[in-house]
Design a protein. Structure first.
Length: 124
């Protein structure tokens, strides 16, 4: 009986934390959007201080091109606003992350291991 009650309470808790995203998807919110945005801003600032930034124009242009295409697919006016795109000189990590209006991309994710060879040399 206690297990059934626990499961019912857990299910109700999960349902009460559900919300609809701007794209219409249902999602579970364990933290408020404002708190998540603050945490994201702090993390982005910390990563930017600890990880060298890639200043190669071809890498940055390619990352901006990808972000614009993804932002445009949201259906939001102007892709949801102006995006600050930063490419990090992280050649062993395949990762990208976004929050508020910031996007961080590790250079290795762009497909090229050599600076200026984003997308395996395919370019923007």
């Amino acid at each position: 009986m206690r297990l059934k009650t626990f499961c019912l309470l857990a299910a109700l808790l999960c349902l009460s934390a559900c919300a609809t995203s701007p794209t219409g998807r249902r999602q579970l919110h364990l933290v408020s959007l404002e708190d998540a945005a603050k945490i994201g801003d702090q993390s982005f600032t910390q990563i930017k201080k600890q990880t060298p930034v890639d200043r190669v124009p071809a890498d940055n242009a390619y990352a901006v091109c990808i972000v614009r295409a993804l932002a445009g697919a949201t259906g939001q006016p102007n892709g949801g606003g102006k995006w600050d795109v930063t490419v990090f000189k992280q050649d062993k990590t395949v990762n990208a992350f976004a929050g508020r209006a910031r996007v961080g991309v590790h250079r290795h994710l762009l497909g090229g291991q050599d600076p200026g060879r984003a997308g395996g040399g395919a370019g923007p």
